[in-house]
Design a protein around this ligand. Structure first.
Ligand code: PRP
Ligand code: URA
Ligand code: MG
Length: 218
């Protein structure tokens, strides 16, 4: 079994298996059409959600199997919810719903200014009891880290504990990871890929372009 790699404190990189590299090769390819982009991104998203669930704490539970045979198992006792950073983060909601039946999902609308790449917060709608939950924060791209950090700020203002936030992310730039970790060292980042750097427009290199456009529009 391949084990996720801890790259920095609280940065968990999915195992770079041949399968995962194959999936990324499809979504990174600039000639890939939207249907395949969505299908293969969804497969990666599912892996990220599964790894997020792996990170949650459990308590030992003794289960009675057929004939009363005991099995030493595990039970997750906490409550979780998802929070997507709109728009691109919404692409990750279905992967979470597929694993967690009737999971609550909040939304935070943050958009990067196209000229300055600085994030702007427009809207937030979160479960009332979010401070009692583990939160899977969903956004496929971590470039400068500005959007994700702004979203974490919103969650902390609502009383969520930093160690209960898991940021699920398809692709990260080292600059973004550093900014994010310097500010929020206790928030876990679970990512499928860490790229080389940001270009002059603050896009990830080699990256995959604009995730939201490729998933929803192009
Ligand atoms: C993208 C992406 C992240 C953000 C990452 O969203 O989905 O939210 O940029 O960049 P950062 O780390 O430098 O903040 P964008 O604002 O382009 O909106 P979209 O979701 O509508 O594509
Ligand atoms: N947003 C994207 O969709 N891609 C990037 O490379 C950076 C921000
Ligand atoms: Mg966004």
């Amino acid at each position: 079994m391949s084990v996720p790699q801890e790259v920095h404190k609280n940065v968990i990189l999915l195992p770079q298996t041949n399968q995962l590299r194959g999936l990324y090769s499809i979504i990174r390819d600039q000639t890939t059409k939207r249907g395949d982009f969505v299908f293969y991104s969804d497969r990666i998203i599912r892996l990220l959600v599964e790894e997020g669930l792996n990170q949650l704490p459990v308590e030992e539970a003794i289960i009675k199997c057929h004939g009363g045979h005991p099995y030493k198992g595990a039970k997750f006792l906490g409550k979780i919810c998802g929070v997507s950073i709109v728009r691109a983060g919404e692409s990750m909601e279905m992967g979470l719903r597929d694993c967690c039946r009737s999971v609550r999902i909040g939304k935070i609308l943050i958009q990067r200014d196209e000229e300055t790449a600085l994030p702007k917060l427009f809207y937030e709608k979160l479960p009332e009891d979010i401070s009692e939950r583990y939160v899977f924060l969903l956004d496929p791209m971590l470039a400068t880290g500005g959007s994700a950090m702004m979203a974490v700020e919103v969650l902390l203002r609502r009383g969520v504990r930093p160690e209960r936030i898991f940021f699920l992310n398809l692709l990260a730039a080292p600059e973004g990871i550093k900014n994010f970790q310097d500010k929020y060292p206790d928030v876990k980042i679970i990512t499928g890929g860490i790229d080389d750097h940001l270009d002059e427009h603050k896009y990830i290199v080699p990256g995959l372009g604009d995730f939201g456009d490729r998933y929803y529009c192009i």
